[in-house]
Design a protein around this ligand. Structure first.
Ligand SMILES: C[S@@+](CC[C@H](N)C(=O)[O-])C[C@H]1O[C@@H](n2cnc3c(N)ncnc32)[C@H](O)[C@@H]1O
Length: 389
């Protein structure tokens, strides 16, 4: 998509063709194109293609942006890189909680974060090197009736001094896919490091090693509905702890920091098993979950917590341990047959098992459904039959 197409999509004609494209219930691309051509005679072929692509992107974008997606514009890569609304809204709320009123987004893409900043009432500006993304981010603010200024500029050249907070979400993809090399990010890691010396936030990948986080900077791992989405680094006044796990679910969000972590020991298997959220694991706060449920670790090196008390916690999935089954394949198969288990969820940690392959080899039959956990306890392979609660 080029800048002219982005502008056309915002004209009355463009909106009409896009609405027709979005209302087509035709999965076959060739037939969809022919139907759109019939519905919108006289539209240039390249614009028909633009509208059809955009309709498809809006549909995909609903997973990230919910109902807002229906009025926004996207590019395929811009959508893939964009922060989902739930996570961006949390970030924006942290800024407003610190009384920030202005923010500059240094590499705003199609405006995933920018839209959330503006919705939170922050006065925001965004820059990006890519003119198409700048046009799309501008269109998205306008479509949602939000204020904000967006322009083409190199983040490395922008004077961030006038803004309360600087935000960057460096692109972590090269021509060959995602990159974990910090200096290959654009803008590069060295730029992010300097930025974090002031009130700033830098979004990074969840796999960022703890030891590269500069001293005094807070690292916040954020998960949304159980999936770890990012590690946000907070600098200056915005850093309040060293490590934080934030867990977003339908009911809102919950947050855990190293200040909640008195440490925990390895303890014998109790009546309950807790599987910590990925954000908690990445943040190194599994022992905080153990302390929170009055339990301990099942094994020093494995992220399972066990306790004799049952708790509902946003930071872990909870299971009741029903019994210990044999962990070797042949006796396990016999034990599952004996219990008539035909449908099996296999959870595993710290053992070399491919659940789908094991499930096939177990040749399950029966009407019952069950969950097993394969792991190590004190170095020994262990299989637990559990029930989620
Ligand atoms: C991961 S995307 C940002 C996504 C955005 N946070 C969102 O939610 O939509 C990174 C963006 O940084 C831009 N970028 C990379 N290097 C830049 C630079 N030096 N100056 C300005 N923008 C840059 C890329 O064009 C890309 O759009």
């Amino acid at each position: 998509m080029d800048v002219a197409s982005v502008h056309w999509l915002q004209t009355e004609d463009g909106r009409r063709v896009l609405d027709r494209a979005a209302s087509l219930d035709e999965p076959d691309p060739l037939r969809a194109r022919a139907a759109l051509e019939r519905a919108c005679p006289g539209t240039a072929p390249d614009l028909l293609a633009v509208a059809l692509t955009q309709a498809g992107l809006r549909e995909r974008a609903a997973a990230k942006f919910g109902a807002l997606a229906a009025s926004m514009l996207f590019t395929p890569e811009g959508l893939e890189q964009a922060t989902r609304l739930s996570v961006a809204t949390h970030r924006a709320a942290r800024l407003t909680a610190y009384d920030a009123s202005t923010v500059i987004d240094l590499g705003c893409g199609i405006g995933g974060d920018l839209v959330a900043f503006a919705r939170a009432g922050l006065t925001c500006a965004g820059v990006d090197l890519d003119p198409v993304r700048v046009a799309v981010a501008t269109a998205n603010l306008a479509a949602l009736d939000l204020p904000g200024a967006v322009g083409v500029a190199d983040a490395l050249e922008v004077d961030v001094a006038p803004f309360d907070v600087a935000f960057a979400d460096p692109a972590r993809r090269t021509g060959r896919g995602r990159t974990f090399s910090l200096e290959a990010w654009t803008p590069p890691w060295s730029f992010a490091e300097t930025l974090l010396e002031r009130d700033a936030c830098v979004k990074t990948a969840p796999g960022i090693p703890h030891d590269v986080v500069p001293a005094g900077v807070e690292a916040e791992w954020v998960s949304d509905h159980g999936e770890v989405k990012e590690a946000a680094l907070w600098g200056g006044r915005l850093a309040t702890v060293a490590r934080r796990a934030t867990v977003i679910r339908d009911g809102g969000l919950a947050t855990l920091t190293e200040e909640d972590d008195p440490g925990a020991d390895v303890v014998p298997l109790g009546r309950y098993l807790y599987e910590p959220d990925g954000a908690v694991i990445r943040a190194g706060l599994v022992t905080a979950v153990a302390a929170g449920v009055q339990g301990g670790l099942l094994d020093r090196h494995i992220a399972y917590v066990t306790a004799d008390s049952s708790f509902r916690t946003p930071f872990a999935r909870s299971y009741e341990v029903l019994e210990t089954l044999p962990h070797r394949e042949k006796p396990l198969r016999a034990a599952l047959h004996e219990r008539g288990i035909g449908r099996l969820t296999i959870k595993k940690r710290g053992v070399d098992v491919v659940p789908d392959q094991l499930r096939k080899r177990l040749a399950l039959t029966g009407d019952n459904e069950a969950t097993i956990v394969l792991t190590r306890v004190a170095g020994q392979g262990t299989c637990l039959l559990v029930r989620p609660f």
